[in-house]
Design a protein around this ligand. Sequence first.
Ligand code: ZN
Length: 160
Amino acid sequence: MVDAPKFIVDCNVGKLTKWLRLMGYDARFFDGSDDSQLVAVAQAEGRVILSRDTQIMKRRVITSGQLQAILIQSDEPERQIRQVIDTLHLDCRFKPFTLCLECSQPLVERGKGEVKDLVPPYVFQTQSQFMQCPACHRIYWRGTHWRAMTQRLENFTQVV
Ligand SMILES: [Zn+2]
């Protein structure tokens, strides 16, 4: 899937970062305040800009279509992600459970034995599949938090 869009998420719509990563889309969070830098990173890395900042949308590189940007309309994260999904026709079950929600790194599968001392005993007993982020070393499993997030995502992407 070479064509899957990558994103740079402005800090004014920061919550989109996790939702995109949850679906498996590479999303970089931009916490600076310098619009020029945001645009420069987007261009260098081929990322779609997501922002509520109307000034960014007026830049020539965007109005000319060289760089894609989506002006996010709503304050509500759920409406925001709907807008992105609808605009780009994203698949909300693209590659769930493949990217770290904290740093967007591809997760690596870990055997049960490898995570024994790294997860709570209850999780170790009840889960069989584990993934780890090579960058921050966070361990992921399909626990209740994961299920709650994917369910929310499905719920609000199904509403027509
Ligand atoms: Zn990580």
